[in-house]
Design a protein around this ligand. Structure first.
Ligand SMILES: Nc1ncnc2c1ncn2[C@@H]1O[C@H](COP(=O)(O)OP(=O)(O)OP(=O)(O)O)[C@@H](O)[C@H]1O
Length: 276
């Protein structure tokens, strides 16, 4: 959940030497996604998966990895892309559609009056409205068109930052799960990149030559939410210089919860009294 408007620092085309690093990087990302798919049961035979494709580095990487998994997997599932056009003046999703067409991946552009709504409610955090509206349009389209899963491009850095934001600012111990079934059972959101590092995905999308399409929002990056995210991002980057395994230790921690050693009195007694 980096600022979706931010252009990558990797602005120049990759050199021959850069391109030689692609196979190893691709293998690492595929291995991590494969393990997450297996461990969390993210994909099943017969799934119809709609990928939220913003044109940013993460969702390009997501589409690429899921499409290559689809071609190699022993099970059958579908992968389609959907791009929400928020109506910001500078946003142009045509390039996204062209790339999908060239790759033979079905893709749709869905208009949503996000620009108008964000301007009409200046008192509400714009990024929060934008992501809620986007999610709503994707959910409805997925339901109407018979997609049983919606894949989003959140990665390990997003999960860690959300975990810290929720603790530091919201008083809650939670992050974004890799698989979440909506309350009415109508949608399942999956995050196959949840164990991959942002830097790897940025580099992967760049080496693969995907075009980065900025969302065009004039307010992006200026919200309270985005400044909190920038704050914890800086903190993680600083700590990582002295704790190189920080991100993977935090991933391990998110998968190794001890409710008995926390203070939530609402948890059932059996989860609280499990000894040491
Ligand atoms: N305009 C959009 N259309 C479709 N899906 C979107 C759109 N914007 C965001 N998403 C989905 O929601 C995910 C999280 O969105 P967020 O705004 O946090 O973007 P991000 O972390 O910058 O990711 P990306 O690099 O893919 O833009 C994206 O990875 C993508 O799957």
């Amino acid at each position: 959940m980096s600022n979706p408007c931010a252009l990558p620092s990797l602005a120049l085309p990759p050199t021959e030497a850069d391109l030689r690093t692609l196979p190893k990087l691709e293998e690492r990302i595929r291995r991590r996604v494969g393990m997450a798919v297996h461990e969390f049961g993210l994909i099943q035979d017969g799934d119809r998966i709609l990928v939220g494709l913003s044109g940013g580095k993460d969702s390009w990487a997501l589409l690429d990895v899921l499409e290559s998994l689809r071609r190699r997997a022993p099970i059958r599932f579908e992968v389609h892309g959907a791009t929400i056009d928020p109506g910001f003046p500078g946003y142009n999703p045509d390039r996204i559609a062209e790339v999908c067409e060239a790759k033979g991946i079905p893709h749709v552009i869905l208009g949503a009056p996000i620009d108008t709504l964000v301007r009409r409610k200046p008192d509400i955090t714009p990024c929060a409205i934008c992501s809620r509206l986007r999610r709503g349009v994707l959910y409805s389209y997925a339901r109407e068109q018979g997609f049983n899963k919606l894949a989003l491009g959140h990665h390990l850095d997003d999960l860690i930052e959300t975990l810290l934001i929720n603790q530091f600012f919201e008083g809650r111990l939670s992050t974004m799960p890799l698989k979440l079934v909506s309350d009415d059972g109508g949608n399942t959101v999956i995050r196959p990149l949840g164990t991959c590092e942002e830097e790897d995905l940025r580099r992967f999308a760049w080496l693969k030559g995907y075009p980065f399409v900025p969302c065009g929002c004039p307010l992006c990056g200026a919200s309270v939410l985005e400044s909190r995210r920038a704050q914890v991002k800086d903190l993680v980057a600083t700590l990582k210089t002295s704790i190189p395994d920080l991100k993977f230790s935090m991933l391990k921690a998110m998968k190794n919860v001890k409710p008995s050693h926390l203070l939530d009195a609402r948890l059932p007694p059996e989860t609280r009294d499990s000894g040491n």
